[in-house]
Design a protein around this ligand. Structure first.
Ligand SMILES: [Zn+2]
Ligand SMILES: [Zn+2]
Length: 320
């Protein structure tokens, strides 16, 4: 496996190889857990001398959680972040005009004209059109420039070093499922390991090296459970309010001013913005988020006369 990984690093583009490295980083931990699971099952078999139905159910549940965890982690890593579409890029003539007017009111006037037909409702803190000098484009709502990827990312949430990828519109659902399944995976291991962990401290286990694996397994699973549950809980709160991590730190600014809940449509619709309308896809790492990532419905229809009454991306949610 190591040789294969080293060969892959030579032939793959660097960003792709780095994402492989993220998967590979977990290999030791996961194979350790699988080894410990096997050790635990051997203990159970030796002690009880029969393989109970419960054991079979546990094995099936373990492998189901493991498969969903790896699938959602894979999708989070390898789904490329989405960038603004062509209509948000300035034309050659507009770029020339901007170069002549690098700052000031004339600069803003060029941007205002370019953004005239675009579905943009957010502004900078000073009320100006949001423009990325680096990518030379008008930023769609909720889009931010990632300094690591050096690109503008649609509905950017954060750049995650654990997946070596930007978490944004294209993979936010996968990231949430990755947190959920990895948390369930760790909780399952900690729960099923608990009785053997107690036996370890009461000298109820055979005196072999495998019993230390039981102790390590419990500590690792419990530690990851605590950190994952706080992160997952925070992102559940963000989804319920239809906010990104960046928006939680700095509220979006609309034409009428700052509004921390400007994109919130109510709990049910907020959930559907990320998970989609079809409930059968909610628990699967298959893309089902609503909208195109460039425009988002807001709750400001009555306050902002320029906001369309049926904003883009809301069409499917208003069916309900
Ligand atoms: Zn940019
Ligand atoms: Zn990034």
């Amino acid at each position: 496996m190591t040789a294969l990984f080293l060969q892959l690093r030579k032939v793959l583009p660097s960003h792709f190889a780095n994402r492989w490295a993220c998967m590979y980083r977990w290999k030791g931990f996961i194979s350790g857990i699988r080894h410990n699971i096997s050790a635990r099952l051997v203990f159970a078999y030796c002690n009880d001398n029969y393989v109970s139905l419960l054991l079979v159910v546990c094995l099936l549940a373990y492998h189901l959680l493991f498969a969903m965890f790896v699938w959602s982690y894979w999708k989070t890593i390898f789904t490329l972040p989405m960038n603004p579409s062509k209509e948000f890029h300035l034309s050659y003539a507009e770029k020339e005009l901007l170069e002549r007017e690098p700052r000031g009111e004339a600069h803003q006037e060029v941007l205002r004209r370019a953004a005239r037909d675009l579905p943009i409702y957010t502004r900078t803190m000073s009320g100006a059109i949001r423009y990325c000098d680096r990518c030379q484009l008008i930023k769609p709502d909720r889009c931010h420039h990632c300094s690591v990827c050096d690109k503008c990312i649609l509905k950017m949430d954060h750049h995650c070093p654990w997946v070596n990828n930007c978490v944004g519109f294209s993979n936010y659902k996968f990231f949430l499922l990755f947190l959920a399944y990895s948390l369930l995976y760790c909780l399952f291991i900690a729960a099923t390991d608990l009785q053997y962990f107690v036996k370890f401290w009461t000298n109820g286990l055979p005196d072999t090296q495998a019993k230390f694996h039981i102790m390590f397994l419990f500590f690792a699973a419990a530690m990851f459970s605590v950190s994952l549950s706080s992160l997952f809980g925070y992102h559940c709160w963000l989804v319920s309010k239809n906010k990104s991590t960046l928006e939680a730190f700095r509220s979006p600014v609309f034409r009428h001013g700052t509004d921390k809940n400007g994109f919130s449509l109510g709990f049910s619709k907020n959930m559907r913005q990320v998970f989609g309308d079809e409930k059968k896809y909610w628990l699967l790492p298959i893309f089902s988020s609503l909208g195109d990532g460039c425009s988002f419905p807001t709750c400001l229809v009555n306050q902002d006369p320029e906001q369309p009454s049926t904003p883009a991306g809301l069409n499917s949610t208003t069916k309900k």
